[in-house]
Design a protein. Sequence first.
Length: 225
Amino acid sequence: MSKTAIVLGATGLTGGLLTELLIKDASFSKVKLFTRRPTEFSHEKVEEIICDLLDMNTFKDDFIGDVVFCCIGTTKAQTPDKEKYHAIDFGIPVNTAKLAKEKGITNYLVISSMGTSTNSPFFYVRTKGEMERDVLKVGIENTYILKPAFINGRPNEERKGEKIIKSMMSVLDVILIGPLKKWRSTQATEIAKAILQLALKPVDHSEIENIEIKELSKLYTIDSK
């Protein structure tokens, strides 16, 4: 039976790539995009819900589906205000996970990052770790937290800092071998395919590390029936 997907963050790189796959995949009959601004997706399967993801009252009645894909995330450069950063990177995933549980949705998948820790002295790393912990606490049956390394595959208009890191990673990816292999950069397309593979074929653990993301992405094939 075809499913209804809920996508948070479809205007971002990974969320956009995921939406493209969902449109093509016959496993999903509807793709509901919860977004603060209109997207460029125009397809009979797509339904846009223009809302404020920081205020559940603007979208909770429409939050009905089978799978939630949370691709929301910001950076220190984009959101230097720590309170707002916390509201986005912690508040949106945790609050929508709670809403999904309330609505009876049994699949919740969220993109985080490698190296997170609730004990970290660094605010941004700690915030991600606290988000992961509290999303898992919600207790949704199939909860998956994807933890990629540096995400590659951004468009040419990326920020200067990201261009520098991208150049560095093109060299480092070659020499990161053995135990260090897990730190190789991750393509956004790999994350999009891996998160869909998990939604369609659950595994028995919740935290999906970088190497497993790459492996899962190779398993995903579009159901085009």
